[in-house]
Design a protein around this ligand. Sequence first.
Ligand code: SF4
Length: 581
Amino acid sequence: MSRILRVNMTDLVAKFEEVPDKYKLMGGRGLTSTITCDEVPPTCHPLGASNKLTLATGIVTGTSAPTSGRISIGGKSPLTGTIKEANSGGKAPQKLARLGIKALIVEGQPKEKGKFWLLKVDKEGARLLPADEFVGKGLYETFPRIFKKFGQDVGVIGIGVAGERLMSMAGICVSDPENRPSRYAGRGGMGAVMGSKGLKAIILNDKGGPGVPIANKEVFDTGRKKLTAALREHSITKPGGALNTTGTATLINVINEAGALPTRNFRDGRFEGANKISGETINEICKQRGGVGMTGHSCSPGCIIRCSNVYPKPDGTELVSVQEYESVWAFGANCGIDDLDVTGELIRLCNDYGVDTIEAGVAIGVAMEAGLAEFGDSNKAIELMHEIGKGTPLGYILGSGAEITARTLGVVRYPTVKGQAMPAYEPRVIKGIGVNYATTTMGADHTAGYTISSEILGVSGAVDKFILEKADLARKFQHTTAFTFDSIGHCLFISFAVLDIPSALEGVVEECNGVLGTSWTADDLIRMGKEIVERERAFNEAAGFTRAHDRLPDFMKYEKLPPHNVVFEVPDEELDKVHAP
Ligand code: SF4
């Protein structure tokens, strides 16, 4: 029987509750967003006592379903002011699920300012322990010390100094299978929410835990096998396929070729140094330098796609895991830097300080636009990252995200929606992703509706990227994502197989039915995704958001982007059609 663990940081009490009937068939984002809607006042301050941080594993997380080790972390975002869900892989999510915990709700705030705690959860229960010895420390120091103290087999979810300082670009870090501080529920400043609760880290030991109950093992196994076969067949997800060999950064050359790789703070759609920071080059460097360098690394146990990597220094020792597409782009093309050793160092600093690589890279790009550094100046970019780590006044500005950085430094061209930095796809070229950036409940977020699958990769039927009528496509992707990818517990990257191979989707439905004892169809998954998005939009409306917020930055409507020389000319009426009643 799964339970909810509720931790009150004011009284320092952790208690287990029965799962209410209405939550029993939920998981992941569906559950974090529903609990946020039920328990968090939409107008509250995101870093005040009324906000709550909810962690929920997916429906099949903790089972033997392939590539299913995800956790959703949600609440009200200090970066956007909207509802937020960010999700991550890593070693810890399966441990939370196998401890029989469906959701962990963190509420209240410590009475003593500046005091931080560890939450230790095992089969005996949950308790809070003082975290004084870890406060103010980077995660490359904190995580090894936690593993030394509590055992190498635990899973850890924690925050760095940026979260302790309530910076709006702070993410929540999840330990990977080798106990690195490298996987992130990065977006929207959820690390600051965790910091505002005085919670430094959650330590999960699932030894002797009850595991995840499966109502119908035969149905579950049938589904699991169908999905596994499809993932092993699809050209993007199969062993030796694109994700497995060159990782997500395989997209650098693809998106650059499409003229949609945002370059030097979204001034160009092509970067002359793209190939030097591509997935192909990461693969080559890993082979040439040897040592610990590898592609085809798995970020969480049970992933059969294995898109992650461990990037080596020239001497073969480890620089960082992971150089993935968004991070390499944010510090690479977006800052005019064409050196993977530099992007690797900047990503390592993000892992250490506990910040979102996308928000950090875009904030530094904005700072370069303001004249604090030349585009392409690697040393200055690293210096700016250190400002965040040191907590200087400039560091606090940068740490507040790209939009605050721009407004403070007098920059008019800043690529954000609802306060959140855009990821690595130019909306002036790929119109559908622009429609999604404008209209998701989370601000600019590619994972909330990854239309790149259709508009660039030709998955689920190719769609012309330049066509303006994208409301139907955006809605379809947003609804599918909210449940099928964000609530069930699979990594988003199963989507290529699920959208292209009918038996993969059947398999996902059967996995859920097997775990929950339901008799859902594929249509039910879409219906529930729609309900999640509608619930989230209702929260945002109550928080003061209107359709006027579902828009892209003004400069993208008049500034032509080379090489296609296009603006974002999707009419407002088309944007409003996405969520029209
Ligand atoms: S596909 Fe990549 S990101 Fe997804 S779970 Fe596997 S290694 Fe992690």
